[in-house]
Design a protein around this ligand. Structure first.
Ligand code: GDP
Length: 203
């Protein structure tokens, strides 16, 4: 049986959500910024530790807040499926402090508003645009300590532009999701890239 994992990718406008997803699935990057206006669903498959998983990756356009109820989610087409996602990737731009503030707000709202075991849901905070390291606005270590120690979330920095740490971040998130959600006992994880219809990216 193939397990399906739904992952919501959330972040302020222009932080690189779509670029990260498209690098992961298509090995594709565009310098041209086309704002995401509606929710888009990608359905790649991945092989993790010898098992195949179908991913449902939700590219969420900017939302002012995490939906606080099922009816609010239902009324706003942009965030359908966000409340019940199995995992979250919260993206910020390491050169933009406001985008980190946005992630901070959404993380807090996920914890407060998700039904059931909110503390168990895997959340990975991603600092994108690592290639622009010189324009970084907050020290990496301070952010990493806050996210890992205080929020108990994962933290990865990546560059969607150079496809640096993009597979790693999905591997990290899936590792946590599998360990928490599916209770699989494993010691090593091998993520062999994204498999799309007629596509196979082997790392
Ligand atoms: P979204 O609104 O969060 O989905 O952001 P996009 O993925 O559309 O990217 C916004 C802009 O940032 C685009 O012009 C991308 O080319 C650029 N961008 C995305 N990722 C990176 C990155 O890692 N480095 C740099 N330098 N630019 C990036």
């Amino acid at each position: 049986m193939v397990e399906t994992l739904s992952i919501a990718v959330i972040g302020a406008p222009g932080v690189g959500k779509t670029s990260i997803i498209r690098q992961f699935i298509y090995n594709d990057f565009s310098e041209v910024y086309t704002p995401t206006r509606s929710r888009y669903v990608y359905r790649p498959s991945v092989i993790l530790n010898g098992n195949m998983y179908e991913l449902k990756i939700l590219d969420i356009p900017p939302i002012s807040s995490f939906p606080s109820s099922s009816s609010q989610e239902w009324l706003d087409l942009r965030c359908r499926g966000v409340r019940n996602a199995n995992a979250y990737i919260l993206v910020y731009d390491i050169c933009c402090v406001e985008s980190f503030e946005y992630v901070k707000m959404i993380r807090q709202q996920i914890v407060e508003n998700r039904e059931g075991s909110s503390n168990e849901v895997p959340i990975l905070v991603v600092g994108n645009k690592r290639d622009l390291q010189r324009q970084r606005v907050m020290p990496r270590r301070a952010v990493s300590v806050l996210v890992k120690k205080t929020w108990k979330c994962g933290y990865v920095e990546c560059s969607a532009k150079y496809n640096w740490h993009v597979v790693l971040l999905f591997k990290e998130l899936l590792g946590i999701a599998v360990a928490r959600g599916m209770r699989l006992n494993h010691t090593s994880i091998r993520l062999q890239g994204a498999l799309q219809r007629n596509r196979c990216t082997i790392m």
